[in-house]
Design a protein around this ligand. Sequence first.
Ligand code: HEC
Length: 121
Amino acid sequence: MRVNRIAGLVFGAALLSVPSLVSAADAPAAFTLCKACHSVDAGKNGVGPSLAGVFGRKAGTMSGFKFSDPHIKSGLTWDEPTLTKYLADPKTVIPGNKMVFAGLKSPDEIKSVIEYLKTLK
Ligand code: HEC
């Protein structure tokens, strides 16, 4: 009886930890930089908005996060060509936006981060 209860607790804890293990394994190394400000869980915002479902979305339209005016007015949609430019140099693509990030330098890193963003639902 007692053993069962302990086994249940251990099993429950293992289940709880599965989602974070899965996303950590999927994320490319370059995404570590993004994680300082962005969560990948829907509805969980940090300094930056949650990136769940961001691929294909119109810039600044996710509810629950206060985007900057230039970001909202950019009229951009987060498809592959736009993300490729934005992640390399956010300040030039949307002047005055509040993502304080210099940009990813390597095209391979940008590609792997975009592939990862596509998987975030
Ligand atoms: C220092 C914090 C910070 C870092 C680091 C950062 N971001 Fe951001 N990000 C933001 C903020 C803040 C915004 C909102 C910008 C605005 O409203 O002007 C944003 C916006 C975005 C958006 C647009 C979201 C939308 O719904 O319009 C994307 C996509 C994005 N970031 C991706 C990334 C990726 C990928 C990385 C890593 C390569 C990254 N960011 C690194 C803070 C950050």
